[in-house]
Design a protein around this ligand. Structure first.
Ligand SMILES: [Zn+2]
Length: 355
């Protein structure tokens, strides 16, 4: 997890909020925003262990000798991920994992997150959609009692579960609107069916006033082009292999598409050999609206401050450049203007002191 003593953290990571250090100099954590994190993917091994005990299961096979999730490639990652997600079964479980993620992330500077949720997973566990959302709302309220953090949720369709299921999920945004569900997304096997088949689902969600995002571009640039051609999205989950097709970069910039980059996830799953080789800083230089997120943080030995830290160190980015990721995320966020204004004020307060 967090490596102590790195340049970025020693300069900008603080224990909590607006405090004075020993010399009386005011300090403030850099405000962090992440747009791409899956709720079941946020479960730490220790919490997975707790859930397993709660349900009379064992998870030793999922962990290495140091207690981290164990996988060698993408297929194994999916197996471990599914096994952990399967442990999240009740409203109490969802409440606990959401509070855990929010409070731990807020302690290192997170101000706002959009968490991916899957109503199909939830229904498989026999939970009601509304009961589930109410429990998430309670978890956000609970976290806000102790931390300055906010969250919205992106209802995420599992692509390889079918076009019909995607449409049914999207219909919920119309028939069962909830103020904290502000986006529709799609994840899963990018090779499954043509993205155009999912357009009706996205149109329904757009009609219900939701923001739209799609995982695309982990398998290659053609997938990004097909997604942009097919779906009325404003953000790409990852979109990271756009760099292989130079004409895609002007297109992404021209259409104002935001990239939800998750560097540690991409490195762990073999898309790039290292954070140094990841194009996140190149996209920033190119003036793209690129952001930094964790995807499934404990699976990739990261959390949001660690992710910022890794990018800063690998690409020698100064604080004034790093804060651009937060600014980009705020502008691309699927939340109401009042909350965006609050987040902009958080950034301005930090810039006054740190830049
Ligand atoms: Zn993702």
């Amino acid at each position: 997890m967090a490596k102590s003593g790195s340049l970025f953290q020693s300069l900008f990571r603080r224990n909590s909020g607006d405090k004075k250090d020993g010399g009386g100099k005011p300090k403030l954590q850099m405000p962090l925003v992440e747009l791409h994190c899956h709720i079941e993917g946020s479960v730490r091994p220790a919490l997975a262990q707790k859930l397993a005990e709660r349900h009379g299961e064992r998870i030793d096979r999922l962990l290495d000798d140091e207690g981290r999730y164990k996988f060698a490639d993408f297929m194994e990652f999916m197996d471990v991920y599914d096994a952990v997600a399967e442990l999240v079964r009740t409203e109490e479980d969802y409440f606990d994992i959401t509070v855990d993620y929010l409070t731990r992330s807020a302690e290192v500077g997170l101000k706002y997150v959009e968490l991916g949720i899957s109503s199909a997973h939830v229904e498989q566990r026999g939970l009601s959609y509304h009961g589930f959302l109410n429990c998430l709302e309670s978890a956000v309220a609970e976290s806000k009692k102790t931390h300055d953090v906010d969250a919205r949720f992106i209802l995420t369709v599992v692509r390889h579960w079918g076009v019909e299921g995607a449409f049914d999920t999207a219909l919920k945004t119309e028939t069962n609107p909830h103020p904290l569900v502000t986006g529709l997304g799609i994840a899963g096997d990018e090779t499954y069916r043509d993205p155009r088949e999912f357009r009706p689902a996205f149109e329904v969600a757009r009609g219900a006033g939701l923001g739209l995002t799609a995982h695309s571009g982990e398998i290659g640039p053609n997938s990004i082009r097909a997604t942009l051609d097919a779906l009325p999205i404003s953000r790409l989950g990852h979109g990271v292999r756009a760099i292989e097709e130079p004409d895609l970069i002007p297109r992404i910039r021209g259409e104002g598409i935001t990239l939800e980059n998750c560097p540690s996830s991409n490195v762990a799953l073999g898309l790039f050999p290292s954070i140094e080789a990841h194009p996140v800083a190149h996209y920033l230089e190119e003036g793209l609206n690129v952001t930094v997120s964790t995807d499934d943080p404990p699976f990739f030995d990261t959390q949001i401050d660690v992710e910022y830290d890794r990018v800063a160190r690998a690409h020698s980015l100064a604080p004034a450049q790093m804060i651009q990721f937060t600014k980009n995320a705020i502008e691309a966020a699927f939340c109401e203007p009042k909350l965006k204004d609050k987040l902009r004020r958080d950034v301005a307060a930090w810039e006054k002191i740190a830049v």
